[in-house]
Design a protein around this ligand. Sequence first.
Ligand code: AMP
Length: 310
Amino acid sequence: MWAQLSRGLTVLQESPKGFPKDESGESDEAMVVEADLRNMSVLVREEARKGRAVGFVPTMGALHEGHLSLVRRCRAENDLTVVSIFVNPTQFGPNEDLDTYPRTFEADCAALEALGCDVVFAPRAQDMYAADHSTWVIVEGLTEPLCGRYRPGHFRGVTTVVAKLFNIVRPDRAYFGQKDYQQLKVIERMVRDLNFGIEIVPCPTVREPDGLAMSSRNAYLSAEERAVAPALYAALVKAAEAVRAGASGDEVEEMVRRELSAVPAFEVQYVEAVHPETLEPARWAGPPMVIAAAAFLGRTRLIDNVIVES
Ligand code: AMP
């Protein structure tokens, strides 16, 4: 289905079964799949020179409706939509799931083609990271609480790869999900502090009908685990209601822990009520507050959050 052209350039030759060529009907140009870093840069620079706004959605693949909502938004707001698929090794800890992370490249490309995505950037790890790679982007402070406390080095990997991707793609806008709230805030800070001049567009969390936040890692859940998984969001929704009614950060943290302890399969890693911008512990009552939690179901780590605006 994918034709390999010179220097890593690949184009889709035919529309994959089950997907219309383009659901909007606006463009019938074939989607380009590019693995080569230099080709990718040249391609977007030529588009930018023509005055076209470039939108970018970085992903690790195994795409679901959450990712696709970002791509739709990107398409609606830009002339060229670039989606990267790269399972970034530097953001995984030594005991994390880099080797087993779901990889569904053909299906991802088919879904992106159907949405009218223009370019898929799928670099190889050895091209992204030289054997003696030694430069890192570190955002201080914001990376310390929440996931940062339990995943040492994770955000260093995220900010470094996103900075590299930004340098290669040079987008006007980039789209990030609020599902990974801390990541969104860390990227916003990096872009501000390092003057990337890219507009970061936050996108709401897309959920299954029962409330579970969509995640590539949901594929790991057994049927039993999947059945109880929505309890995480249900607990956070209760906490958000309590905050709106004037509850304090401490009270809602305790409330979420209590709710989750009723589901024996959950092993809570953290529940933290924080300020939506500084991510500092919410030592006050009522909004604004973000309540974020991470919990294991078996070996699968789920994260979720609710944003309570003032
Ligand atoms: P990932 O492939 O997990 O690195 O995610 C790529 C992008 O998709 C990130 O900006 C995520 O925050 C976003 N994303 C992942 N899951 C969801 C979801 N359920 N709703 C909205 N955005 C999401």
